[in-house]
Design a protein around this ligand. Structure first.
Ligand code: ARG
Length: 615
């Protein structure tokens, strides 16, 4: 079967030549999908044709429309709205498409053959458990990776785990001092939460120490000497906290000494560091598994934080970087509307950006991919602009294939997520909460009452996770958003469960159908409007996946699934399936349900969402 856009384009060109002469061969033809409010599926825009035809756009549209209807069996009818020629595709074309391609499992997916892409997502720090922001990150990164895979790319999923530095040393120190040898298993606490709790414990003790110290003579002298702006003591101490940590605090000193011992490879410190990080990884893995995601390779900051220095030397030789008198290394990006940016400290130690330079190269060496996607929150937009610009100037072979998949904050409706105050919404708790919501809302339905308890629990898990994932992925990555657990499970809303319910219907009708003569489907002759809409939507699926992948935007897939589900529900109400007048209609509609079910399952699968057979 020839694809419609090409077929129509050829048809329009032939019509132009026939109507307006040979110059038409060079003419650019603009074809779009028809706007919802008009009849038709494809629209030819005739405004650009006025020079060629020397007629008004609406006249041109009429003439081309008439010609197409006459010459192309695929064009059933047309209508003209100003300079827009809306084409109605023949029923036969849609029916053949559905029965030949649409019903195939895997329809829309490309088998492979496109380039390799490294997709980074999650990339947590090991001093704290994962929170709501990480959930958005993970869902976006994962679904984008699936989308790239579905469109034929070879995908490598990676994360960088920031497992070193002062933060984890705080947790280690607190565990040493206040832990009394406790371990997560005995404490009955999920292992990453266990370590996170010691980070919080450190902060609490540090605050107490700071408060008490503020009464000391040393503090009084500092207040006297440094409070130049005459702030109230409370305000002054608020701003002084970091300096206190670095210069006056016993706990701060102890934590920094621990970091130095770690950097020296002192065995006892390294052992403790290993032990606590292992707990954190174990906890992370549990959360990842629950979210249904995995990685091909983990990078660890402890192994990459010294990388990038050789690239700095190369960049100095090339004149991309310059060294200041104090020994620090800078890059001047002012001509790219970015700043002068430090990339190596005066003491020769590396910065966040230094290791990202080295890690980019390392990943290229590991996988040879010329495209890399970084899923990281929009507070790091500047960092990635700088990173990508530097890699370009260093003429790295993958420099043109870099993309920062940036995303906005997620809040809860009640404003419960205030990361500044440290009351973040924990990822594990949030999953529990959404599943609880899904359970509550399932009590209002009776459709699953004939199932066993285990089956029902499994279904509720699937509904809850679908609710969470869909609600987050459906929002364009760049937008800030509010996640409302209650709203996310609403079976009537623009939600994951709403889409699942459409899928469940497509399955239920097949279970109920019993033995039917499906070969009759080919004898179906005239489509109902609801059927047309469904089929033309199905037809658009492969193109939609390509567009979404080109934009790194899985929200387009979510919105597509919602549209398809909505049209399935409409079809369900408008058209009788098993009670249709003819066996041909019954068989055709069963196939239509099958095709819609397959595509819903495929599209939602890209989003990491599983479909229940009943709900
Ligand atoms: N762990 C970092 C954070 O939580 C994010 C790392 C992002 N990835 C990267 N390659 N820089 O802020």
């Amino acid at each position: 079967m020839k694809a419609l856009p090409e077929l129509l384009e050829t048809g329009v060109r032939d019509a132009l030549r026939h109507l307006y002469g040979p110059d038409a061969s060079e003419q650019e033809i603009t074809l779009q999908s028809t706007r919802k409010e008009f009849e038709g599926e494809f629209t030819v825009v005739t405004f650009p044709l006025t020079r060629l035809a020397k007629k008004k756009p609406e006249v041109i549209a009429e003439e081309i429309g008439a010609r197409l209807k006459e010459t192309l069996e695929e064009v059933k009818d047309f209508n003209v709205i100003k300079g827009f020629l809306n084409l109605v595709i023949a029923d036969r074309y849609w029916m053949d498409f559905l029965l030949q391609s649409g019903v195939r499992e895997g329809f829309g997916h490309v088998a492979g053959g496109k380039d390799k892409v490294v997709v980074e997502f999650a990339s947590p720090n090991t001093n704290k458990p994962l929170h709501l922001g990480h959930i958005r990150n993970i869902l976006l990164g994962w679904s984008t990776s699936k989308l790239l895979e579905a469109t034929g790319h070879d995908v490598v999923r990676v994360q960088i785990i920031n497992n070193r530095g002062i933060a984890i040393c705080k947790s280690m120190l607190a565990w040493q001092r206040y832990g009394n040898g406790a371990v997560p298993e005995k404490a009955g606490v999920k292992a990453d939460h266990f370590v996170g709790d010691y980070y919080i414990k450190f902060e609490q003790h540090f605050q107490e120490e700071y408060k008490a110290w503020q009464k000391s003579d040393e503090a009084a002298a500092i207040l006297e000497e440094k409070n130049k702006k005459d702030l109230s003591p409370a305000d002054f101490w608020k701003g002084y906290k970091n300096t206190y940590f670095n210069e006056n605090s016993d706990l701060g000193r102890a934590a920094k000494e621990m970091l130095l011992r770690w950097e020296d490879g002192e065995p006892e410190t390294v052992a403790l560091w290993n032990r606590m990080n292992d707990w954190v990884y174990e906890g992370f893995d549990e959360t990842y598994e629950r979210l249904g995601v995995s990685f091909d390779k983990n990078y660890y900051e402890s192994e990459t934080y010294l990388l990038g220095k050789d690239m700095i030397d190369a960049g100095l030789d090339k004149g991309v970087f310059y060294r200041k008198e104090d020994g620090s290394v800078f890059v001047d990006l002012t001509d790219a509307k970015l700043d002068q940016k430090a990339i190596l400290r005066a003491d020769g130690t590396s910065l966040y950006i230094t290791q990202d330079l080295g890690t980019a190269r390392l990943r290229y060496d590991d996988f040879g991919a010329k495209r890399m996607v970084y899923t990281v929150g929009d507070e790091q937009n500047y960092h990635f602009q700088v990173l990508f610009e530097i890699l370009k100037r260093l003429e790295e072979p993958y420099a043109d294939g870099l993309f920062h998949l940036s995303y906005g904050m997620v809040d809860l409706p009640t404003g419960r997520m205030k990361s500044r105050e440290g009351t973040v919404v924990d990822a594990d708790d949030l999953m529990d909460e959404v599943i609880q919501e899904a359970y509550q809302s399932s009590l209002e339905r009776e459709s699953t009452s004939e199932l066993s308890d285990t089956e029902r629990r499994e279904i509720i898990q699937k509904i809850g996770m679908a609710a969470l994932k869909f609600q987050i992925i459906k929002v364009g990555p760049q937008k800030r958003m509010i996640f409302d657990p209650k709203e996310s499970v609403d079976l009537q809303g623009q939600t994951g469960p709403y889409v699942q319910n459409a899928y469940v219907r497509t399955r239920a009708v097949w279970r109920k159908a019993g033995q039917r003569d499906l070969s009759q489907a080919a004898g179906y002759t005239q489509l109902e409007p609801a059927e047309r809409e469904l089929i033309s939507l199905l037809y658009a699926y492969p193109g939609l996946l390509n567009d979404a992948a080109a934009n790194y935007d899985p929200s387009m897939v979510a919105m597509y699934c919602y549209e398809l589900a909505k049209n399935l529900h409409k079809f369900w109400h408008d058209v009788s399936i098993l009670g249709a007048d003819t066996e041909a209609a019954v068989a055709f509609r069963l196939y239509l349900c099958q095709a819609v079910g397959n595509v819903l399952k495929s599209g939602m699968g890209i989003l990491g969402i599983e479909m229940p057979e009943r709900m």
